[in-house]
Design a protein around this ligand. Sequence first.
Ligand code: AMP
Length: 363
Amino acid sequence: MGNVNRKEILDILHGYNQDDVTIATLGSHTSLHILNGAKEEGFKTAVVCEKGREVPYQRFKVADEFIMVDKFSDIVNDEVQEQLRDMNSVVVPHGSFVAYAGLDRIENDFNVPMFGNRDILRWESERDLERKLMIKSGIRIPNKYKEESEIDRTVMVKFPGARGGRGYFVASSPDEYQEKIDSMLKRNWIGDEDVDKAHIEEYVSGCNYCVHFFYSALKDEVEVMGMDSRYESNIDGLVRIPAKDQLDMGMDPSYVITGNHPVVMRESLLPQVFDIGDNLVEAAKDLVPPGMNGPFCLQSLVNDNLEVIVFEMSARIDGGTNTFMHTSAYSYLLFGEFMSMGRRISREIKTGIGENNLDAIIT
Ligand code: AMP
């Protein structure tokens, strides 16, 4: 837990005019529908925008106020924080906010009320903590190999940091593992220090479903809001080349996300999905109190035994929610009106204000 004092945050929140709250976020990632959803729920909106990146927010008309900064990471500067507090802002954290502001600054220096559980952001960012939470919840995850000598089937090898799927590789034996590591070292794709940190896990052959949940702490209910699948370069292009030509080309696969497709699952898989979401919420209550609060995403692969295997988790809004800036099949089922994840967040904040219980969902 960082130095941002919960009592101080609540004091700031109690000093706000709660009839005049602004929903604010960093202009990147999922900010378009976070801000649009806030407007739909009747809030004022503000975007903290890097100079030169303002066009989408102007042209899509989602922001009432622009706080212009030289670089994204300036969102944690004192003057920007002050401007945000002056507008009675509740900040919605997303992946780019966490990446640019940095976990340390969010935990220690960012004295602006945020939606969600501030402490859980570290749990989704660090692979060991993430794994601990997933193990505690008892959900099916890929088996992890302690060292390469244990490789007895096809594995996926991942490296830490912001490489975003570049340099991940697949290997089926200790020899193949070593060959690929040597080749990556030779090309300077990784350094010696990375080799020790290689994460080796069972390769799951299946179809990708990233499930976007919303946990309402106010209602104590887990909602399935939508699903997407990833569109990754170069792997999704590589599979369009006939296998024999792939071999001739000697190309290395990478898994860099470039976009997302909306997707729905066969209906018989949905009970598993709800179980997984419920179990994760329960585990988070124990490990990172008060637990989940708002959006979270489980990235899964569904194999031909129809098992949903979760290989990654986000404990904040995930980029794949951009596939339903208007609505998804599932959020429409639940709400009977168009409901994006951004709008759902603002709906929760509005409910918190209405029930005089905003403290419960602000961190
Ligand atoms: P990640 O960086 O963990 O989100 O993974 C990036 C991509 O690698 C995923 O979207 C999948 O396409 C693929 N991937 C990750 N883990 C596995 C796994 N255990 N088995 C098969 N493919 C995986």
